[in-house]
Design a protein around this ligand. Structure first.
Ligand code: SAM
Length: 293
């Protein structure tokens, strides 16, 4: 697309902002797609059919909503900003399969859907991702994030992007990058590029015997990703006021799955699940206080 075309679509958004008296706020992630073809490409990635019920988070001026509504059975679009919700009502008035929900996607009840498509407000990327993963029983989501954030979602063990976020998300879902969207496809132009990812809830592979213990452990050890496993366990146990010698006991029970000398950042999901299961055993035999009570 030429620079003139991009700027004329940005002019359309400027006009809409004026008409609906919206002053875009960064802290609400208010940058709007200025490219119809990118909007259509993103929605194409969801392979929608008339059997699909779709949730969109952050409708804005409806750049994605229109394409979703043309293909899906039902669309629920959540928008926090009442002025944008007015704009959405006008833009989508010809569709009978669109329900506009005005509210905060982090707080309101989420509808039952099998697919999710959204250019997410970046300010709530983490929180909304965990909310949909924990609360919705969906088949597939096509989600746009800031590129750096997306890189952390898909990271492999041993890379600098592999982090607490990576593990907590990959525990629930398989994630792949599918489409890069340059910053200038949005207006106002954000400081960084975006990346669309496909997220599919994971049904295969290892799961901890107790997911609460797994996440409690990740919160406890992952502030120290550059430490060895033994070092991170010791710091965490000291913080918990548990005998730090228990770190050796944990490693002994891991039966060679992990030695303790590996850097935390290099340990994959399987190793971490084994670790959580050993911790569960030590909780159950009373060596560690139960975090679930
Ligand atoms: N989907 C539109 C597009 O692609 O042009 C807008 C995307 S824009 C990145 C994010 C949208 O999310 C904005 O319209 C913003 O008002 C809305 N939003 C921000 N925080 C929200 C929240 N907590 N709940 C629901 N919507 C929110």
């Amino acid at each position: 697309m030429s620079i003139t075309q991009v700027s004329s679509l940005s002019d359309d958004i400027r006009r809409l902002l004026k008409r609906y008296d919206v002053r875009p706020k960064k802290k609400r992630g208010q940058s709007f797609l200025n490219s119809q073809s990118v909007a259509r490409n993103i929605v194409d990635l969801a392979n929608l059919s008339e059997r699909d019920d779709v949730l969109e988070i952050g409708g804005g001026f409806g750049a994605l909503t229109r394409w979703i509504a043309e293909r899906a059975q039902q669309v629920y679009v959540i928008e926090l900003d009442p002025r944008l919700a007015n704009a959405l009502r006008d833009a989508l008035k010809d569709f009978i399969n669109v329900t506009i929900i005005v509210g905060d996607a982090l707080k309101i009840d989420l509808p039952n859907v099998n697919k999710i498509v959204a250019n997410l407000p970046y300010s709530i990327s983490s929180e909304i991702t965990f909310r949909i993963l924990r609360e919705l029983n969906f088949e597939e989501a096509i989600l746009t994030y800031q590129k750096e954030f997306a890189k952390r979602l898909v990271a492999n063990p041993g890379t600098p992007e592999y982090s607490r976020l990576t593990i907590n998300v990959q525990y629930y879902a398989e994630v792949e990058e599918i489409l890069e969207v340059p910053a200038n496809r949005f207006y106002p132009i954000p400081v960084v590029d975006s990346m669309v990812v496909r997220m599919i809830p994971r049904r295969k592979g290892v799961f901890a015997k107790d997911s609460i213990v797994f996440h409690w452990m990740i919160e406890g050890i992952y502030p120290y990703p550059k430490k060895t496993l033994r070092g991170a366990l010791r710091i965490w146990f000291r913080n918990l006021r548990v005998n730090k010698g228990l770190a050796d006991e944990v490693l002994k029970n891991l039966d060679g799955v992990l030695s303790g000398d590996e850097r935390l950042r290099s340990i994959g999901l399987e190793g971490l699940v084994s670790l959580a299961d050993v911790l569960l055993m030590l909780i159950e035999n009373g060596s560690i206080e139960d975090p679930r009570v």
